[in-house]
Design a protein around this ligand. Structure first.
Ligand code: NAD
Length: 483
């Protein structure tokens, strides 16, 4: 279906403003390779206009940052309602741009972002932004927690609305203003968000949205009027952004790549009727294009073949198809480039001596679209390239281990440290083992980032945390007034 959605302005300062050039971004449907529409492409001048609007809104002495928290919470709840009203629009736009199956989008890109927004609106009711402490040297000290300022929010294409909201909700709660830069692959849903913000009547300039490529993104990161950068994306881009922020002494949150372990313990129940849904959500969700997935499956040596058979059956049972079809569980890779990358890793896995037990190619019944079959590799160890590097596609590697200690050692033998899971019939044993894994998050028999708890990674998976009260903290800075 050709949607052909066309926008010709940016949402800046509460208005629809003309772009500074004729350049456009034209997203492609990765299921059909058909064009979906177009939006203007932001360049440096447009980024400057967006930052100026966010700056003016932040510096307004009676503006958003100075509002009572309860007043901000009210506006955030209005926005959550406006987002929910547009659920169908978000679902269709996200799924047609990045290939996320609509069944997956319905659970993660729809409902979840407004849940995060409502969580932070409600958290404001329990949060104190100022306290007076007795000083040690006489007198008192007022300790305030002030909004950090203008936030540059840079988001990737894989969960465009959810990952935008991981930044937008706590930043709004703190009293910050933002310029959001969506990724060029997913721009249409960003316009739905702009329409929701307009309808919710947020003050002009509090949220500005300028879709642009990475060069304009780099301009935004280094912009002198920006106070904090919040980035989700690849580790390579995160390192560059971290370097710039280091030089500028600018606070930055980096949510980067991952190569998590799904540790199957020797007592695990491998009945797919019981665990299939949880396994899907933690190993192959969103066509494998999810940062926290446990794509290294660690299997006890004495049950190795059983685990390989279970994962082969599991991956082989997932319906591959057009992301718009309700029964699709695995859609296409988001772009042709992304498919090339995944296929190159499959070739490297084969060249290293890995055995493909299911998948490994393009589905024979699809002559269009950037599809890759769900693929399982057996017979490789943790040192293989495909065990170490993030593939960002539906490819799992099953690695054998001897003991729980060795499973922990292999799980931690990674450049990354974002997520992971432990599969066991003994949840206490699972939690004890999970505590030994060096990652920012991990689940026992399931994995769902909970808005109430901090989310983020260690090592090359990033710096700082989003979600939970910790997520709000990263948009605040302390000021001590010696009274
Ligand atoms: P990417 O890093 O290429 O791009 C992400 C965003 O950053 C895009 O908006 C892009 O335009 C922008 N960008 C790229 N380089 C930039 C620079 N130097 N300065 C400013 N902006 C820049 O990543 P991608 O291909 O869009 O996304 C996939 C990657 O994101 C995967 O590696 C995945 O693991 C990671 N990811 C991480 C998380 C997490 O929470 N840890 C979540 C989702 C995705």
């Amino acid at each position: 279906m050709l949607l052909s959605i066309v926008y010709d302005k940016f949402f800046i300062g509460g208005q629809w403003v003309n772009p500074s050039t004729q350049q456009v971004i034209a997203p492609i449907n990765p299921s059909t390779e058909q064009p979906l529409g177009q939006v203007p492409e932001g360049v440096e001048a447009d980024i400057d206009a967006g930052v100026a609007a966010a700056r003016a809104a932040f510096d307004d002495p009676r503006g958003w940052s100075q509002w009572e928290p309860a007043q901000r919470a009210e506006a955030m709840l209005r926005l959550a309602d406006e987002i929910d009203k547009r659920a169908e629009d978000f679902r269709a736009r996200v799924s047609s741009q990045n290939g996320m199956p609509v069944a997956v989008a319905s659970q993660l890109e729809i409902g979840y972002p407004s849940t995060v927004l409502r969580y932070y609106a409600n958290l404001l009711k329990q949060t104190s932004f100022s306290e007076v402490r007795p000083g040690l040297l006489g007198g008192e000290v007022e300790v305030r927690r002030k909004a950090i300022g203008v936030v540059a929010a840079i988001v990737p294409w894989n969960f465009p609305q959810t990952l935008t909201m991981f930044k937008l909700a706590p930043a709004l709660a703190a009293g910050c203003t933002l310029l959001i830069k969506p990724s060029p692959e997913t721009v249409l849903d960003a316009y739905t968000l702009a329409e929701a913000i307009e309808a919710a009547n947020l003050p002009a300039g509090v949220v500005n949205i300028v879709p642009a490529d990475r060069d304009a993104g780099a301009h935004l990161v280094a912009h002198p009027q920006v106070d904090k950068v919040a980035f989700t994306g690849s580790t390579a881009a995160g390192r560059k952004i971290g370097e710039v922020c280091g030089r500028l002494l600018r606070p930055v949150t980096l949510e980067l790549g991952g190569k998590s372990a799904a540790i199957v313990l020797d007592d695990a129940d491998l009945n797919l009727d019981q665990i299939g849904q949880g396994l899907f959500g933690s190993t192959l969700l969103n066509n494998g294009q999810t940062c926290f997935l446990g794509t290294r499956v660690l299997a006890p040596k004495n049950r190795y073949q059983e685990v390989v058979d279970a994962f082969t059956a599991f991956a082989g049972s997932l319906k591959v198809g057009d992301a718009a079809a309700e029964d699709t569980l695995i859609g296409p890779m988001a772009t042709a480039r992304q498919r090339e990358r995944v296929e190159s890793y499959i070739s490297q896995g084969k060249a290293a001596g890995g055995q493909i037990t299911v998948g490994g190619g393009r589905p024979s019944d699809r002559d269009r679209g950037y599809f890759v079959e769900p693929t399982v590799f057996a017979g490789l160890d943790n040192s293989a390239v495909i065990s170490q590097e993030e593939i960002f596609g539906p490819v799992l590697t099953i690695i054998s281990y001897d003991s729980d200690d060795e499973a922990v050692r292999i799980a931690n033998d990674s450049e990354f440290g974002l997520g992971g899971t432990v599969w066991t019939t003994d949840p206490e044993r699972g939690a004890a083992l999970a505590r030994r894994v060096h990652t920012g998050t991990i689940g026992v028999n399931r994995y769902i980032p909970d808005p109430a708890a901090p989310f983020g990674g260690v090592k090359a998976s990033g710096l700082g945390r989003e979600l939970g009260p910790e997520g709000l903290n990263s948009y605040l800075e302390a000021q001590s007034i010696y009274l």
